[in-house]
Design a protein around this ligand. Structure first.
Ligand SMILES: [Zn+2]
Ligand SMILES: [Zn+2]
Length: 329
């Protein structure tokens, strides 16, 4: 996950850095650590907290399977990926775009391979006007380089919802999310493993009948990347802003047998402390509701219910560490 902040990138201020160091030093004292080197080890090994900060960059995820590496969205995290992809000598890129809000495309002008002749970038989109609104960033006014000056060859591929795109045996399928102007999630399936990117989404539709044609894209996922920007208490005052809250994702995961859920699109105003309290609320919700879905979770041999994670810039999640689902049922 190259970028996990929503709406706007978030820089960490000097004051918040100092107060975080202070907090972790206090945690270390409480844990009985007494020397600087013990503190340094605990920080490095994540014994005090993982992560220490949530960053960071706006939305960009990368899905890696064999020699396929597929990006979803081009927030500022996409620019962050530049040095790694350059070091790998990659010249061909596939990018699926969920929608065209700035936070999902604003990293593109700073993606270095764009300026290297011989690079080929394919952008997949459901929105019919995506090419126009992606190119608009390169008008020479908002950014100095114009579209026709790019070194790379960029081509656009219009997708249809619910129709898979194949990369060998890996399939990628778009489904609809509830978001102003429309947004599309992507489900990836291969070899008995599955994940879905469900960002940006408000999840106004949550019951099976309301989800309708989109329901199967949540069913039996190993991993759902979920838009949990707000606390439950904030949702009413942010109606129609297009984002959801972790307990709603947890409810969906409990019901549909989603084994892991990663909460992302963190609010740019949310501190590390607030993020951790939102995780605590989500865990609490899961523990209270689990009894209603016990058969689902017994069948999955995961009696504690869905695992809930908070996204951070640089997070990696290895699906191969899970048992392939096809072997379960
Ligand atoms: Zn967004
Ligand atoms: Zn959006």
């Amino acid at each position: 996950m190259w970028g996990t902040r929503g709406s706007l990138p978030r820089a960490i201020t000097n004051d918040s850095f100092v107060s975080l160091v202070d907090k972790y030093a206090k945690d270390a004292e409480k844990a009985g650590l007494s020397t600087i080197s013990e503190f340094r080890n605990a920080i490095r090994d994540g014994d005090l907290a993982t992560p220490l900060v949530f960053g960071g960059n706006t939305t960009c995820n990368e899905i890696i399977y064999k020699n396929h590496r597929i990006f979803v969205d081009m927030g500022t995290g996409f620019a962050e990926a530049s040095s790694e992809v350059m070091a790998q000598g990659r010249t061909e890129f596939h990018v699926f775009v969920t929608h065209l809000h700035w936070d999902h495309i604003m990293g593109m002008p700073f993606f270095v391979p764009l300026y290297i002749p011989g690079t080929k970038i394919t952008i997949y989109h459901v929105h019919p006007h995506a090419p126009e609104f992606i190119k608009i960033q390169f008008n020479g006014v908002n950014f100095p380089v114009k579209w026709d000056q790019l070194g790379a060859t960029v081509q656009f591929v219009q997708l249809k919802q619910y129709t898979p795109t194949k990369f060998d045996d890996l399939s990628v399928t778009a489904f609809a999310l509830d978001h102003p102007g429309g947004s599309f999630g992507y489900r990836f399936d291969v070899d008995g493993y599955s994940l879905a990117i469900g960002v940006d989404g408000e999840y106004k539709r949550i019951t099976p009948s309301d989800l309708g044609k989109d329901l199967p894209y949540y069913q039996n996922l190993d991993l759902l990347v979920f838009d949990g920007q707000y606390e439950m208490d904030e949702l009413a005052s942010r109606y129609d802003w297009g984002h959801c809250s972790p307990p709603i994702g947890v409810e969906l995961a409990l019901r549909e047998g989603i084994r892991n859920i990663i909460i992302t699109h963190h609010d740019p105003r949310a501190s590390e402390e607030k993020e951790r309290s939102m995780l605590a609320q989500a865990l609490d919700h899961r523990n209270k509701q689990l009894a209603y879905y016990q058969t689902v979770w017994q069948d999955l041999k995961q009696p504690d219910g869905p695992a809930i994670h908070l996204a951070y810039d640089g997070m990696e999640f290895d699906l191969k560490k899970l048992t392939p689902r096809t072997k379960l049922k």
